[in-house]
Design a protein around this ligand. Structure first.
Ligand SMILES: [Zn+2]
Length: 424
């Protein structure tokens, strides 16, 4: 049903800037209308694909559906108010949703079928071509900028930092609290990429993410879980209770809904801030960073751990770490997380380690070490060993001397390695 024959394009290094937008009331109304229309097109395109396959066994492609857009505009003149490229991108999103679905089917997973979107969950518009559907104007004054959008005109934008690189796409989005932002993705030239590299560092680190602490480093340092996550959580629970108590359709409910949205937004901001700071510190200090390839999605299914994991936001942390490391020219190696907590980092013996046991005491060599510190040392050792042979499963491993394990050696592998040329 999918068409995925296209060769993957070579990925150039990019960087994304986020700027706050201040549309006028009139512009805001237009953007809101566009969001509603795009959402309609999204659902229609999804429906068409489903029906075409169900009724005629036909798989529609992105190109097929794009070719229908002009006809749609004749029937629905209001669609012509939205820039064509923005509409094309809506069709692209449907295409990507299907591609991701089939990808996961191929990998033997059980993905959810692409779903219809409610207009309350459709938040962003993509402007794809710099110089055509969007432009950026700086006004010489500090922080003052304008984002010019096709069929809308100039929107006030706070340029809190200068843009370097060639702009490629602009995604205009509305947050649940009604703030507007634009994400501008730029492509970096080889020269700019070189400039963003940090001075080389020989220092290595293994990072073990945990529950009690956010992360433990092989240098025996600890990144604590910020307390404000818990505090905000209590606040959110209260706000949500008040929302559910308010009568449906009432003004009161609308007010409570805004409070909940604001609390969510603040939690997300604080988390983002925390992760950004920690990632910056790590990337500045270490040239070689080893982490676990954690399948966060699977772990969240375990209800007892879910809250803490969601809080600690590991996936966000890893994503930022990879991106930041790529930009800075650092190497990140992901290793298979199996047995990193059960294996003794000194002698390689394995023993069961229930989550409640916080100290690793080796019965073979007598090593006594913090549970997560042991894990981080193993992660670093695995990454180091795997590294000279990038991308391949390493058959021999220090853990191979394990006692009483059901699995044999092949659990060390590089999942991904980011190097200075930015390939993953
Ligand atoms: Zn030992």
């Amino acid at each position: 049903m999918s068409k995925r024959e296209k060769p993957p394009q070579e990925k150039k290094p990019t960087r994304t800037y986020q700027f706050r937008l201040y549309p006028t009331h009139k512009q805001e109304r237009t953007l809101e209308e566009w969001l509603v229309l795009c959402c309609e097109v999204y659902d229609a395109a999804l429906d068409e694909r489903k029906s075409a396959y169900r009724i005629a066994g036909v798989s529609l492609s992105y190109e097929d559906q794009c070719a229908e857009l002009p006809g749609c505009k004749e029937v629905r003149p209001d669609l012509a108010l939205v820039p064509s490229q923005v509409l094309q991108d809506v069709v692209k999103r449907v295409d990507l949703a299907f591609a991701a679905f089939f990808q996961r089917v191929e990998e033997g997973k059980k993905p959810g079928f692409p779903r219809f979107k409610s207009r309350f969950r459709y938040h962003s518009l993509t402007f794809k071509q710099f110089g055509n559907s969007f432009e950026i104007h700086t006004q010489g004054q500090k922080n003052r900028g304008m984002l010019e959008l096709a069929k809308l005109g100039q929107v006030k934008m706070v340029l809190h930092r200068p843009i370097t690189g060639t702009p490629k796409t602009a995604i205009v989005k509305r947050t649940p609290t009604g703030k507007w932002f634009v994400n501008i993705t730029v492509e970096l030239s080889p020269k700019l990429t070189q400039e963003s590299h940090m001075p080389p560092s020989e220092k290595e680190v293994g990072i073990d993410v945990g529950l009690k602490t956010f992360a433990y480093l092989s240098t025996a340092e600890e990144i604590a879980n910020p307390r404000f996550f818990r505090e905000d959580e209590a606040r959110l629970a209260r706000a949500q209770r008040q929302l559910s108590e308010a009568a449906k359709g009432s003004k009161e409910r609308e007010k409570k809904r805004k409070i909940v949205a604001r609390t969510h937004e603040r939690i997300a901001n604080r988390r983002k801030n925390f992760i950004e700071q920690e990632v910056c510190k790590l990337v500045a200090r270490f040239g070689f960073i080893a982490v676990e390839a954690l399948v966060v999605r699977n772990m969240v299914k375990n209800p007892r751990l879910a809250k803490s994991i969601a809080d600690a936001s590991w996936s966000q942390f890893f994503m930022r770490l990879l991106a930041k490391a790529e930009e800075a020219g650092r190497q990140v190696v992901k290793v298979n997380p199996s047995y990193t907590s059960q294996t003794c980092s000194a002698c390689g013996r394995r023993q069961p380690m229930p989550l409640s046991v916080r100290v690793y005491e080796c019965t073979q060599c007598g090593l006594v070490i913090h549970r997560d510190h042991n894990g981080s040392l193993n992660i670093l050792a695995n990454a180091r060993q795997a590294c000279g042979r990038a991308g391949r499963v390493i058959p021999e491993a220090p853990g191979a001397v394990a006692v009483g394990s059901r699995h044999s050696a092949s659990n060390w592998l590089i999942i991904a390695s980011v190097n200075s040329c930015g390939s993953i």
